[in-house]
Design a protein around this ligand. Structure first.
Ligand code: UDP
Ligand code: MG
Length: 318
């Protein structure tokens, strides 16, 4: 096989403090791999500016002017969130051309030296190489525990994703072609590439603290990511509701029989006030919760049916 052409895509949202040194470091990595003969010399970076409000785009333009062949970029007209920026990166490099593509965060928290392991796994014939972090010792207690909860819950609810795989991965041109066959707007990439059925390998990598700037995720955006991951990926929660309904149906028959029994044989029906209140509030709450879950799915259908574009481009530097 010819030496593969590698593209590295980087979602950037207000990353003015990181982006320049990140690009320089990644170009070094690409040069090193090219020198070892593992990737071709025309491998490149593809930056997606997710509607930053700081100087990120200005810096990207300067970088593109200094390395027009090696740094290409796309700018969204507004912030669409990191998943959309990743999808845009994949679609962008598919158009520009490459044999394999790695996605990595702009803060280089994911060890960029592992790109070599990813490329090796690709050369061995894998179409998807998933990066899985070695440990989370640098994360705050809150992030660590919410992350564990996230993976557990996701897997329980049917969206199978490998534990501690974020969006650091390599996919082949073939995987991009497969992705293009899926017209759904809310693609949840972590689950998608894991489940799609292409030959997959897991590679461990080390995590570093963010070297500049702040995390762009807060509790709400993580919740939105998790909810979208579940509703776009799995109908298990709907099934759980159906099963709950059946269980309660039989439960209510039992309670009904018991009430009639007491009324007929003991005639003490005024008893059971506490039970009535507890059951009333319990079932009221449960019904609202189930309605909420169904509502999330209706919302997902609503968004998909409108078939709005995933994102709108403002500028592109090719
Ligand atoms: N990001 C993005 N759009 C957003 C939020 C984040 O493109 O709305 C990018 C961000 O620039 C970074 C990556 O997604 O390259 C991961 O974000 P961050 O490092 O803030 O997340 P964390 O590592 O704290 O989970
Ligand atoms: Mg980060």
């Amino acid at each position: 096989m010819q030496t593969p052409k590698l593209a590295v895509t980087i979602p950037c949202f207000n990353e003015e403090l990181c982006i320049e040194s990140t690009c320089k470091r990644l170009l070094e990595v690409l040069n090193l791999l090219a020198a070892k003969g593992k990737i071709s010399r025309d491998s490149y970076l593809y930056l997606v500016d997710d509607g930053s409000s700081d100087n990120t785009w200005k810096i990207i333009e300067q970088l593109h002017n200094s390395y027009p062949e090696r740094i290409k970029a796309l700018k969204f007209i507004r912030n669409y969130g990191n998943q959309k920026a990743l999808v845009a990166g994949l679609e962008g490099v598919r158009e520009l051309g490459c044999d394999c593509i790695v996605s990595i965060d702009a803060d280089l928290q994911q060890d960029e030296n592992s790109i070599e392991d990813f490329v090796d796994a690709f050369t061995e014939g894998n179409d998807v190489v998933l990066g899985v972090r070695n440990d989370r010792k640098d994360d705050s207690f809150f992030k660590k525990s919410t992350a564990v909860l996230f993976y557990k819950l996701m897997n329980l609810l049917g969206a199978k994703i490998p534990v501690n795989h974020s969006d650091y991965r390599l996919v082949s041109k073939r995987a991009l072609d497969v992705m293009a066959l899926y017209p759904e707007k809310a693609l949840f990439l972590r689950g998608f590439f894991h489940e799609v059925g292409l030959k997959t390998k897991i590679v461990k990598f080390n995590v570093k603290p963010r070297f500049a700037g702040e995390s762009k995720f807060n509790f709400m955006s993580l919740m939105a990511l998790a909810l979208n991951g579940i509703t776009s990926f799995s109908v298990v929660p709907l099934r759980i509701i159906a099963v709950l309904g059946i269980i309660m149906f039989f439960g209510s028959i039992l309670v009904g029989l018991e009430t009639i029994f007491e009324k007929v044989f003991f005639n003490d029906s005024p008893n059971g006030y506490a039970t009535a209140i507890i059951m009333l509030s319990f079932f009221g709450g449960l019904q609202l919760f189930c309605l909420g879950v169904i509502g999330e799915y209706v919302g997902q259908v609503y968004r998909e049916v409108k078939a709005r574009p995933r994102y709108v481009k403002e500028k592109e530097l090719k």
